[in-house]
Design a protein around this ligand. Structure first.
Ligand SMILES: [Zn+2]
Ligand SMILES: [Zn+2]
Length: 177
């Protein structure tokens, strides 16, 4: 049993994500809330390993979703939703949170408008794992001295090891009536 435990611990430690992977996975999680079927995108704004705000592409609060009322397509882009980056910036604005010096973790390369908004909001580093065509993001980031890091797509699974959380065992399907 002891050796099994050691092997198990080693496996758990190997899957422990780096900070960049961790925040990218949070951005992937945020993207699950997206309401436009044409694209799902998530954004997490972080400073000093502290999550300042999150966003996903979605309609204005209280207004119809693409999923129920259809997209509003202009020039081959859906304009019904705000993009994830804009929604994350707006959430920070609503709560009076400064984004100066923040890092933006985004599932996709920002579009031109979002790239400019991130720069103007004070973001100094952008981390992505997926590219997006037709964007001048790289140009504006370079001109503004904003670092851009492309990382591999993080592991899409969340490794929640129930054996490490004894109180969670009762929630396993086999333990429910
Ligand atoms: Zn849409
Ligand atoms: Zn955008």
């Amino acid at each position: 049993m002891a050796s099994d435990g050691h092997r198990q611990n080693a496996a758990v430690e190997r899957r422990r994500p780096s900070w960049d992977e961790y925040f990218l996975k949070l951005a992937m999680l945020a993207s699950e809330r997206a309401t436009c079927p044409r694209m799902h995108c998530g954004c997490v704004l972080v400073r000093d390993r502290f999550v300042l705000s999150t966003g996903y592409n979605g309609s204005l609060p209280g207004t119809p979703h693409c999923t129920t009322h259809g997209c509003i397509v202009v020039n081959n882009h859906c304009v019904r939703t705000n993009h994830a980056e804009i929604n994350a910036i707006c959430q920070a604005a609503q709560h009076g949170i400064s984004l100066t010096g923040a890092t933006a973790y985004v599932t996709n390369m920002p579009c031109t408008a979002c790239a400019k908004a991130l720069v103007a909001a004070g973001v100094r580093r952008v981390v992505i794992f997926s590219d997006f065509h037709e964007t001048l993001a790289e140009t504006f980031f370079a001109e503004s001295g904003v670092a851009l890091d492309r990382l591999p797509m993080p592991d899409r699974d969340i490794h929640y090891h129930l054996e490490r959380y004894s109180s969670a065992r009762a929630c396993e399907p086999s333990a429910t009536p």
